[in-house]
Design a protein around this ligand. Structure first.
Ligand SMILES: [Zn+2]
Length: 135
C-alpha cells in the first residue's frame, strides 16, 4: 500500500429484496453468526469482518481507517470527492462516504469509542466491549 490510510475491509453490505429469507439463507445454509436483525437490516460476523444485508439498498464496501477525519483530509487532498462528510452515526461509528468511478458506494469508518477513546479493531469489539458495557 502506498501510504494509504485504509487498513482493511471492515464491512460489506449487500442489497437484498427479501430480508427475512436472505437472513435465514446466510444463517442456516452458510452457518454465519448473526449479530443482529432489524426490519431493514441484518448483520453477521465473519471472523471480525461484518457482513450486512440491507433491504432494497445498493452494495456498500466499508473500509476501516484509524481516524476518519484525518483519512478524509488526506484523500480529499489527493482529489477524492466525498458524497458525505465525516459524521457520527447512531450505532456508534464515525464514517464518511464516496463513490468510485463506476458509482460503487464506499464508506470509510473508524471504530473509536466515544466514551473512553479506545480505537477498536472491528465493530463487534466496539459493540460488545464499549457500546454495550459503558451504559
Ligand atoms: Zn470505551
Amino acid at each position: 500500500m502506498k501510504n494509504s490510510p485504509i487498513r482493511r475491509i471492515a464491512h460489506v453490505t449487500i442489497g437484498v429484496s427479501d430480508l427475512k429469507s436472505s437472513a435465514a439463507f446466510f444463517e442456516d445454509i452458510l452457518g454465519l453468526d448473526k449479530m443482529g436483525e432489524w426490519p431493514d437490516y441484518a448483520i453477521f460476523d465473519i471472523a471480525g469482518v461484518s457482513f450486512g444485508l440491507a433491504l432494497k439498498r445498493k452494495t456498500e464496501i466499508c473500509l476501516q481507517v484509524d481516524d476518519v477525519d484525518k483519512a478524509y483530509q488526506k484523500l480529499m487532498a489527493r482529489g477524492l470527492e466525498f458524497t458525505a462528510e465525516p459524521k457520527d452515526q447512531p450505532w456508534g461509528v464515525r464514517d464518511a462516504s464516496f463513490a468510485d468511478l463506476d458509482g460503487n458506494k464506499f464508506i470509510i469508518e473508524s471504530f473509536k469509542c466515544k466514551v473512553c477513546g479506545k480505537i477498536c479493531q472491528n465493530y463487534p469489539e466496539l459493540l460488545r466491549e464499549h457500546i454495550r458495557t459503558h451504559k
